[in-house]
Design a protein around this ligand. Structure first.
Ligand code: GLP
Length: 331
């Protein structure tokens, strides 16, 4: 199902990003010096208080340089933190440290977890912390972002299989506290199953932390690019969706060819993602650079789902490597 009923294309970004005023206003060439440092980009100031979300597309940005050994992180009440690491391994260690902090500090923590190649080292770091005895998962409740549909949990491309393999089976998280959408529910029950999953998150009190990757087309979870009013785009429920052509094509090698990639998926909607009390989004590699730039420096739009994070910017931290951050300065 195409939520909007509109046409989709492989083009990304879906608007003329590089010649838009956005790029002119926000890029600060000359302030960015690649090297062995961590850089923090203060992202556009979109006011967000969790109740009323401003989508004011007016702001400026600035870069602040930090040494990698520094534990200082720039905190502004209405802006995202964007930290660029010299490599993805450092970024994944930082992500695991932040997740571990939440697990240790929040009683009965509720985590929204992500799949894809990006967070695999994060889970490896969390497993290492568990094995060293420094992290206890017995009180953790997790809710995965998405699942292909239809798919069996026995299929090694299913996200249930992925999570068991990379995290759940190693850290002693009680099975009844680790939730993944079920890719085997009958088609006529899929919508109710998705709605029920959202009710589980709600009744657990919402997410303390949402971990995200980003698709090459800017998707978060399987909230795919669509033509849609902003008010609707930030309030999408957990639901069954039709996968975008870019998403299916990116998944084709893992499935052994495009014909084997499911056409649909179940995904937690933007409503729950944007309600999370903290959001950590990771992006690595040059093939994510356009999506990162459009998400941070383009307008918030349903056509670039990760750009919707601008509406809750003060709760969002971007962890990038040099390659994925490269387009932030138009390089
Ligand atoms: C899939 C997942 C996303 C993930 C994306 C990126 O589409 N549904 O949650 O962010 O892949 O995957 P990768 O990290 O492999 O680039």
């Amino acid at each position: 199902m195409n939520h909007s009923g509109g046409e989709r294309s492989n083009r990304f970004p879906p608007f003329d990003f590089w010649t838009s005023n956005w790029a002119d206003r926000l890029l600060l060439p000359g302030l960015y010096r690649p090297g062995g440092f961590v850089y923090v980009l203060v992202s556009p100031n979109f006011v967000a208080d969790g109740v009323s979300r401003s989508t004011r597309p007016e702001s400026t940005g600035s870069f602040i340089e930090m040494s990698e050994s520094s534990s200082r992180s720039l905190k502004l009440p209405t802006a995202s933190e964007v930290i660029v690491f010299k490599d993805s391994a450092s970024a994944c260690r930082a992500a695991a440290d932040r997740i571990a902090d939440v697990i240790r500090q929040v009683p009965c923590p509720k985590l929204g977890l992500a799949t894809g190649s990006t967070p695999i080292p994060v889970y490896a770091e969390l497993v290492a912390k568990y094995r060293s005895g420094s992290l206890d998962f017995s009180g953790v409740h997790s809710f995965n972002l998405d699942e292909y549909y239809p798919i069996s949990p026995l299929n090694d491309q299913s996200y249930r299989w992925f999570m068991n393999h990379h995290l759940f089976s190693h850290v002693g998280i009680p099975a009844n506290q680790a939730h993944v959408l079920d890719g085997t529910v009958p088609a006529e029950a899929a919508d109710e199953h998705a709605a029920q999953f959202e009710r589980w998150i709600e009744s657990a009190g919402g997410l303390d932390l949402q971990l995200l990757g980003i698709g090459r087309n800017g998707h978060i979870g399987f909230n795919e690019p669509e033509e849609m009013a902003l008010a609707k785009a930030i309030d999408l429920p957990t639901r069954r969706i039709e996968l975008h052509p870019v998403t299916r094509s990116d998944a084709a090698p893992a499935f052994g060819g495009l014909d084997h990639v499911p056409t649909h998926a179940l995904t937690v909607g933007t409503r729950q993602i944007l309600k999370a009390r903290r959001v950590l989004i990771l992006a690595f590699g040059a093939n994510k650079a356009d999506a990162v730039a459009a998400s941070l420096q383009g307008p918030p739009t349903a056509q670039v789902p990760a750009s919707l994070l601008q509406t809750v910017a003060d709760r969002v931290v971007w962890l990038l490597d040099e390659a994925s951050a490269a387009r932030l300065v138009g390089s």
